[in-house]
Design a protein around this ligand. Structure first.
Ligand code: ADP
Ligand code: 5GP
Length: 222
């Protein structure tokens, strides 16, 4: 995709929060989204969960011990953090705010507890919930991913029903049945949010000034 549509670089970037039950396809969708949409960046979370086969420290997560994580909580280094499926997960605050200040749009792929904290502290965020077509399909996807233990899969399925209830607190819901359709929905939401009048005041001001000061814009030239 070409340059962002309304490139109002004087504006701070958008904070986009994506949640949904484990296995619904958040990671898969975010990967597609980051490839398709310019000026969009993923925040890399910290976690105490052990790496899955193929996961790389600093790329998928910043892996750390519970002691180090708790020290960072005490120092206020997280924008949000939560205990999810018996492990800590958190969003490093400085990095995210730095990207937003630089006008970059940032995606947080985080659980419902973390999203609720972000909503409280950063209500101008955009909150998107990813839903599976049904419970059986969700189960199939977690099993198909093949990277979680049996206990971990059971815990994730047990939490899924409660996680679905939280969808009401989000701005958008995207059904991930057909992967391409879901990616298109996500992409459309982000592009539409970028086009909001309230986020393009600098652009409007610039155009108004140009038209007010330049006589030639009122004359037709052939
Ligand atoms: P999450 O990040 O939400 O835990 P993943 O992105 O790891 O989920 O996806 C879990 C599994 O489901 C993966 O094997 C992925 O390839 C598969 N998957 C994702 N979206 C779809 C879809 N629309 N249809 C079928 N399988 C999907
Ligand atoms: P997984 O272990 O499958 O990678 O992630 C488990 C859950 O933790 C998912 O719901 C994921 O969205 C969530 N998660 C990942 N990073 C963060 C984070 O920084 N904060 C919070 N609150 N949840 C996170």
């Amino acid at each position: 995709m070409s340059k962002r549509i309304n490139d109002d670089t004087s504006n701070q970037g958008l904070l986009i929060v994506i949640s949904g039950p484990s296995g619904v396809g958040k990671g898969t969708l975010c990967k597609i989204l980051l490839n398709r949409v310019e000026n969009l960046f993923l925040s890399i979370s910290a976690t105490t969960r052990p790496p899955r086969v193929g996961e790389v420290d600093g790329r998928n997560y910043i892996f750390m011990s519970p002691e180090v994580f708790e020290e960072k909580i005490q120092k206020g280094e997280f924008l949000e953090w939560a205990r999810v499926y018996n492990n800590y997960y958190g969003t490093p605050k400085d990095k995210v705010f730095q990207m937003l200040r630089e006008g970059k749009d940032v995606v947080l792929e985080i659980d419902i507890q973390g999203a609720a904290q972000v909503k409280k502290n950063y209500p101008e965020g955009i909150f998107i919930f990813i839903s599976p077509p049904n419970f059986d399909e969700l189960k199939k996807r977690i099993i198909k991913r093949g990277k979680d233990s049996k206990d971990s899969i059971e815990l994730r399925m047990k939490c899924a029903a409660d996680e679905m209830k939280a969808a009401l607190d989000y701005d958008y819901i995207v059904l991930n049945d057909d992967l391409n359709q879901a990616a298109l929905c996500l992409q459309s939401i982000i592009l539409a949010e970028r086009c909001r009048i309230s986020r393009n005041m600098e652009l409007l001001k610039k155009l108004r000034e140009e038209w007010a000061n330049d006589e030639s814009v009122h004359r037709l030239t052939y």
